[in-house]
Design a protein around this ligand. Structure first.
Ligand code: MFK
Ligand code: FAD
Length: 502
């Protein structure tokens, strides 16, 4: 069979390999501590963590319904690598950094840069981290006090033995986008002021979490509930077991058999008297969980940009090793043009996503202007919907740049594509987010669009050489034309949805 074997693409330190990330940080956050932490973490990702991520994929979670003696246990068995990801996440402060705020308004940029390096090697542990961060944000926004004070300290700790992750149980069978009409779960009040939840949650990811935030309708004395969004309240529940080892008030019906994200246990849950505490005002569940949606949508955008970055990084490395028609791929102009186009998309996605992280950090540190706050509200769904779509296209192109090997399962490359496909579905589909954009345009009487155009103008005013900022300008242009297209489409198809004159 001959002695020739293709060379494997090599994952090098993703921080050192990423000139754009390093340049961005040097401009905005030049503190030595941040750069050296990211450099050390990048080394750890390349040498150690990436292998765990692969292990999470090949050793996916499974559900054990019964113990050997027939007792119901509903135990979700995860791989040792998945558990190591949890410890690592605490130790590296992947959630904590956003709450310690050691770098003031730039803390979110620091945290998200770390997640950006981590994400493609994380075996999708970024999914529970996103929801954990979102839960911490909700608790912080309502005020850290009993019964969620302990939870907050666990969600944001660096001590691995204390660290908790959170779920986000919103979707029910009748509707995931339309939770306002689709939610049937009811909350029955108890004499001590707590509640018991009864219902069925159709998609619950990272179901091995320690706690969750979830929506339900409070029953009045007659057992009646209020329909629609105004009937929904937000609840905090711990996932715990009784002395017989059974989950308290939860039955895991089954784990979903999914196209991708196979590393993550995603379950269907029957809530059968789950003990819970209401943490929003009655009927204010949706606006209260909206804080979680903002955070998880930003995480989603970072993961999308990171998936693009990873495939480009590997494809570039491969181009220096693979020979075709007598020369290395990197010496074929057409191949390099393809890689360059992927690179431009990746630059745009990165810069746009980081800009939203910057705005989030500014808002949380109290230094955001009203314009910044509007911009954050507008750009969060735009960046999520845009990068979610972009990731599928760029990762798909990336696979092709490896030729047939891009299609071979144990190279790890096909998993990147499968996992990219979910980014436009969960946390709000593209069309649902485009309607969210419309809604916030209308509810702010167009102020968010004013903020956007002011921002673009200030960006362009600062461009000394157009070529240096070309990727950012292209991304802004792309987002703007997508936005215009969605606004037009939605206005045509949903004439009654909004008063667009606003
Ligand atoms: C790697 C990263 C991974 C990330 C982890 C992923 C794990 C997977 C987790 C999930 O997929 S969890 C499920 C995610 N589900 C969704 O994203 C649901 C998609 N549907 C929507 O987003 C709908 O727009 C929404 C459910 C929010 C609409 O609900 P309503 O009740 O029909 O909306 P309505 O009546 O317009 O708004 C109710 C209130 O919420 C309003 O406030 P007010 O009552 O004070 O006026 C809105 O302004 C507010 N609101 C809605 N969306 C908001 C928001 N506020 C701020 N930001 C938003 N995005
Ligand atoms: P539907 O709402 O039925 O949407 C179907 C189609 O209709 C979509 O294309 C949508 O864009 C379109 N559509 C809906 N409404 C409109 C409208 N008004 N105008 C135009 N088009 C519209 N959910 C959780 O709560 N917690 C989780 O942990 C979780 N994990 C998940 C993990 C995975 C792997 C997946 C795939 C999903 C997960 N979800 C989770 C569910 C996810 O959030 C929902 O699937 C998603 O929000 C869409 O809801 P749906 O499936 O009910 O689709």
């Amino acid at each position: 069979i001959g002695s020739f074997f293709q060379e494997t693409p090599v994952l090098k330190n993703p921080f050192l390999e990423d000139a754009l990330l390093r340049g961005y940080l040097r401009r905005h956050l030049p503190q030595g501590a941040v750069l050296s932490d990211l450099c050390a973490f990048g080394e750890r990702v390349a040498i150690e963590v990436d292998k765990w991520g692969r292990e999470c994929e090949v050793n996916p979670p499974r559900l054990v319904h019964f113990d050997p003696w027939g007792r119901r246990v509903d135990h979700i068995v995860t791989s040792p690598a998945w558990k190591r990801m949890k410890d690592l996440s605490a130790q590296e402060g992947l959630v904590a950094i956003g709450y310690e705020r050691s770098f003031g308004e730039w803390s979110r940029v620091y945290q998200m840069s770390k997640l950006y390096i981590f994400s493609p090697s994380a075996g999708l542990y970024t999914c529970p981290l996103a929801m954990t961060d979102g839960a911490a944000k909700v608790i912080q926004s309502i005020g850290v006090s009993w019964p969620v004070d302990e939870a907050f300290s666990r969600l944001t700790t660096r001590q691995s033995e204390r660290f908790w992750t959170s779920g986000q149980w919103m979707t029910e069978r009748q509707g995931g986008s339309d939770v306002a009409t689709g939610t049937e779960t009811v909350a029955v009040s108890q004499t001590d002021g707590s509640y018991k939840l009864h219902g069925f949650k159709w998609f619950t990811s990272a179901t091995d979490a320690d706690m969750t935030l979830t929506l339900a309708r409070v029953q009045d004395r007659t057992g009646a509930t209020t329909p629609g969004s105004r009937g929904l309240s937000l609840f905090y529940a711990e996932v715990s077991r009784d002395e017989d080892g059974r989950l308290k008030g939860i039955e895991v019906q089954r784990l979903k058999d999914k196209l991708g994200t196979r590393q993550v246990p995603t379950a269907e849950l029957l809530l059968d008297g789950l003990p819970a505490h209401r943490i929003s005002e009655e009927g204010r569940g949706v606006p209260c969980i909206a804080n979680m949606l903002t955070i998880t949508r930003i995480h989603n955008s970072i993961s999308a940009a990171a998936a693009m970055r990873r495939v480009v990084q590997l494809a570039r490395d491969y181009a220096t090793r693979r020979t075709a028609f007598g020369k290395l791929l990197r010496d074929h102009p057409l191949h390099m043009q393809t890689l360059a186009r992927m690179e431009v998309e990746t630059h745009g996605a990165f810069l746009l996503s980081m800009d939203v992280c910057r705005l989030l950090g500014q808002e949380e540190s109290g230094v955001a202007t009203q314009l910044d706050t509007h911009l954050l509200r507008l750009l969060t769904p735009v960046v999520k919907l845009y990068t979610g779509k972009q990731a599928v296209a760029v990762v798909s192109e990336g696979l092709e740049s490896f030729g047939g090997q891009g299609y071979i399962e144990d190279t790890g490359l096909p998993g990147l594509l499968r996992d990219a496909q979910v980014l436009s579905i969960w946390e709000g589909t593209t069309n649902v987010l485009s309607l969210d954009v419309l809604r916030c345009v209308a509810r702010t009487s167009g102020m968010v669009l004013h903020a956007y155009f002011t921002h673009v103008k200030s960006l362009l005013a600062g461009v000394s050489s157009v070529s240096t900022l070309a990727p950012a300008v292209k991304a802004v242009d792309g987002a703007l034309s997508q936005l215009q297209m969605f606004v037009q489409e939605a206005a045509t198809r949903e004439p009654g949805y909004l008063d667009l004159a606003a």
